[in-house]
Design a protein around this ligand. Structure first.
Ligand SMILES: Nc1nc2c(c(=O)[nH]1)N[C@H]1C(S)=C(S)[C@@H](COP(=O)(O)OP(=O)(O)OC[C@H]3O[C@@H](n4cnc5c(=O)[nH]c(N)nc54)[C@H](O)[C@@H]3O)O[C@H]1N2
Ligand SMILES: Nc1nc2c(c(=O)[nH]1)N[C@H]1C(S)=C(S)[C@@H](COP(=O)(O)OP(=O)(O)OC[C@H]3O[C@@H](n4cnc5c(=O)[nH]c(N)nc54)[C@H](O)[C@@H]3O)O[C@H]1N2
Ligand code: SF4
Ligand SMILES: [Mo]
Length: 743
């Protein structure tokens, strides 16, 4: 049998690299970067290259499992869904829809099915108790964007390919491949920046691989970004360096920002930030002098107590230096799937915060509008609650999870093990779901893989579909079936999930197995493919009504799905362009640089400067090139080599604490304790230790044989779930105070 090549988009991370898959005899025999891909140009990382191995992993679950007295047992999807239906129906009837919480894990945002059908599920089941990985990740960014621009999804990305100065705060894109900045081959782009005479500054407590590349590395104390950025703003005003550029007249609140920053002189914050005042001042001057500069902040800036303040100040600095919405600065990408809004001016409804608080512990809700939500449906959009507190729902009657490994993803996740769960949960099932790329390549099961880079640094639109679409992707079917169940459409999901919410079945009371109910697993010509479903599941998700689309023929020359399908290596939509007026939805119709809730944080931030720091070392997480949060650890090709789940300790701390390289250390925090092997290294500064997250595969019942041999420990066993970023409810995952003892 001959070889076939298929072009797909890697579903593992935001870089969205184009892949060339080689198939022979139904097996993926090779995965390479697609050299002709308009966006990634052949780049691939070790995880993408391992997709074939992931596809073939014998431990990957290929069927749903139900929990029995003797452990988890494989079953059919019909049976699994019938049980979910039976279990949830009772809970919904007795306690109402808020009794069923939903947790959405990270992979949902990397597949077409996730993007389309999760929306359908949430619309069918608008529970207040929605938890997502966003609140252990990027919620501060959404809140600050909501307040500044009126849209929590209006997230600026650095224009990497044209910037002269890039300041990276709390991100390690050389390893993570970038986040909230879709840019395949981030490393290559950073090298290109330097090669054209640009400068790279990295702000990170650890000497990361990105820091290795930088012209300057500011080794900050964990959790201190808000002070550093406030001091930069302070210098911009004090030295009369504020230049709004094209933003002149389109911004409110400049004076309030000046007053906010007044107390935070570089001298005042130096000790707390851990960087001498002169270097802070020099960075502010460099940002103001550079022809085109961008501050880019990510995970490390979000997972701290002042995460929202820090993320707000990032765009404040971008605005005050004239770099917001400017080429080479911090720009707004134009996603292919958002509708074009016809409107007379830039004013909108703005953004409200926290509508409810948790019934269980009074935790603040997330923003009123869920990221990814559509402005027009604000009132029905359930918003998000702190993922760090999802475990509160174990005390409540129902919980449903999609695409998550929450126990390892959330603070104190370890505690979830062994808890009784009310329904056979989906999170047990998908431990090794087929990667979309490899899966899409299976002959006969190909569906369009429309992939518009989520927040592209350069926009690209790609479809990877060659064959006719015979049936919806399994992922989509499952999500629609769950939507049918949760939407109270009785058992109609058995007939056809795509229509279930409109056609409740009258046979709901008959025993599930007695019915002929395999329609949803069997392709039918009447069934709609994701492509056909797209306009109804989400009117924004098909290319026709979207910004580049032909608007069903009304805009000749616009893109059609056929154009996209005819370009297996992608359609290049050109470089980023200024588009602030399209983005703004604030009540004033301007960039509201000084939202009251953020200005009110000034005294809190100032007071915190003088608070004595908690004693102990500070624990940081880290990502490694061959992991993807909690997964990819069951692949021999990725997990072999030096142990990666090590506790990095600076040589001076190691000597002081009597810790030898390779020996075991006990790490204790207010939340818990764990043991890990020590790696003595100056990649971490004195006073800071680091352990990667996503490990701890030795839990009873786990059936990942390779991962179990390299189990590692779960960092989140010692991450305290109590502290949250006040304004966004984001978990404080980094800078955890710990004590360490040799064992
Ligand atoms: N290989 C790999 N790639 C991944 C992932 C993975 O697990 N593995 N995960 C994916 C996901 S879900 C995401 S969200 C992205 C995240 O991608 P990034 O945002 O690049 O996140 P990290 O690589 O964790 O880098 C965060 C950095 O912040 C630093 N840091 C910690 N605390 C502070 C602080 O208070 N201030 C400052 N300035 N820095 C701090 C840490 O030392 C770390 O180097 O990566 C994605 N890509
Ligand atoms: N201490 C600490 N904790 C962290 C972080 C940190 O930096 N430090 N990072 C946080 C971040 S940024 C994030 S995003 C979260 C991630 O938290 P989660 O999203 O909960 O974790 P992942 O490991 O990405 O979980 C992915 C799971 O989904 C499965 N999966 C893959 N594809 C599919 C699919 O198509 N369908 C379904 N149903 N399942 C699928 C995978 O096999 C895996 O089990 O972790 C957070 N936790
Ligand atoms: S960088 Fe991300 S998208 Fe690219 S190959 Fe690696 S995992 Fe896949
Ligand atoms: Mo994430």
């Amino acid at each position: 049998m001959g070889e076939h090549h298929h072009y797909r988009v890697c579903p593992l991370c935001e870089a969205t690299c184009g892949l060339e898959l080689t198939l022979a005899a139904g097996q993926v025999t090779r995965v390479r970067g697609d050299a002709d891909d308009v966006f990634s140009r052949g780049f691939i990382c070790p995880k993408g290259a391992a997709l074939g191995e992931l596809h073939a992993d014998p431990d990957r679950l290929r069927a749903p499992h139900v929990k029995t007295a003797t452990g988890h047992v494989a079953t059919t999807w019909e049976d699994a869904l019938a049980r979910v239906d039976a279990g949830l129906r009772g809970v919904l009837a007795a306690h109402g829809r808020d009794a069923v919480a939903v947790y959405l894990g990270n992979p949902n945002v990397h597949t077409l099915a996730g993007q389309l059908y999760v929306k359908a599920l949430l619309r069918a089941h608008p529970t207040k108790n929605l938890y997502t990985a966003s609140t252990v990740d990027q919620m501060p960014r959404h809140v600050s964007s909501g307040l500044l621009f009126g849209d929590p999804d209006a997230i600026t990305v650095p224009d990497l390919d044209r910037a002269d100065l890039l300041v990276v705060v709390g991100a390690n894109p050389v390893v993570s491949n970038g986040s909230l900045c879709t840019a395949p081959d981030f490393l290559g782009r950073l090298k290109a920046l330097r090669a054209r005479g640009g400068r790279l500054v990295v702000v990170d407590p650890r000497r990361t691989r990105t820091a290795d590349l930088a012209d300057e590395h500011l080794v900050v104390r964990p959790g201190s970004d808000a002070w550093l950025l406030a001091a930069i703003v302070n210098v911009l005003f004090a030295e009369d360096r504020v230049r709004l550029g094209a933003l002149e007249g389109r911004v409110t609140g400049v004076d309030a920002v000046r007053a906010f920053a007044a107390p935070f002189t570089p001298e005042r914050v130096a000790a707390r930030v851990g960087v001498p005042a002169e270097r802070v001042r020099a960075l502010a001057r460099a940002l103001s002098d550079a022809p085109r500069a961008a501050v880019y902040a990510r995970l490390g800036s979000c997972t701290s107590r002042f995460g929202t303040v820090a993320n707000w100040l990032v765009d404040v600095v971008n605005a005050l230096t004239g770099n917001l919405d400017r080429e080479g600065g911090a720009m707004f990408p134009r996603p292919f799937f958002r509708p074009v809004r016809e409107r007379a001016d830039t004013a909108g409804r703005g953004f409200r915060m926290g509508r409810w608080s948790s019934r269980v512990r009074g935790a603040a809700g997330g923003p009123a509008r869920a990221p990814g939500g559509d402005a027009r449906r604000r009132d029905r959009d359930p918003g998000r609650r702190p993922g760090a507190r999802a475990r509160d729902h174990r005390r409540e009657p129902g919980a449903l999870a999609a695409g998550r490994r929450a126990p390892r993803a959330r603070p104190r996740g370890a505690r979830l093990h062994g808890r009784r769960r009310p329904v056979p949960e989906r999170d047990d099932a998908p431990r090794r779901r087929r990667p979309a790329a490899a899966r899409a390549a299976r002959a006969g099961a190909v569906r369009p893989r429309l992939h518009g880079a989520r927040r592209p640094e350069r926009r690209a639109l790609r479809a990877a579909s060659r064959a006719a679409r015979r049936r919806p992707a399994r992922r989509g079917e499952i999500l629609l079936a769950l939507a049918g169940i949760l939407g109270g459409a009785a058992s109609s999901w058995r007939r056809s999930p795509t229509t279930s919410s409109r056609r409740p079945s009258s046979r709901a009371s008959s025993p599930p197995r007695a019915r002929r109910s395999r329609a949803w697993t069997r392709p039918r010509s009447t069934r709609r493919s994701p492509r056909a479903a797209a306009p109804s599941a989400s009117s924004t998700s098909c290319c026709a009504p979207a910004p580049y689309g032909d608007h069903f023929g009304r805009r000749p020359g616009g893109l059609t799905l056929a154009d996209v399908e005819a370009a297996p290596h992608g359609v290049d939509l050109g470089p980023l362009a200024p588009r602030l007026d399209e983005v703004l939805q604030t009540p004033s119709g301007r960039v509201e640089l000084a939202p009251a809730v953020l200005i009110a944080e000034g005294p809190v931030l100032e007071h915190a400067l003088d608070e004595p720091e908690e004693p102990g070392l500070r624990l940081l997480g880290r990502r490694t090139l061959r992991s993807n949060n909690s997964w990819m650890h069951n692949l021999p090709g990725l997990v072999s080599g030096k142990p990666r789940c090590t506790l990095q300790v600076h040589p001076e701390d190691a000597a002081r604490l009597g810790l030898a390289d390779g020996a075991s250390a006990r790490v204790t925090s207010a939340a818990g304790t764990l043991s890990a092997p020590v790696e003595v290294t100056d990649r971490v500064p004195v006073g800071v230790v680091s352990l990667p997250h996503g490990w701890g595969h030795g839990a009873p019942g786990a059936r990942l044989r390779v991962a179990a041999e390299h189990a590692g420990v779960n960092l989140n066993a010692v991450v305290d779930p109590e502290p949250l970023d006040r304004l966004s409810g984001n978990a404080v995952l980094n800078g955890v105070p710990v004590t360490i003892h040799a064992e």
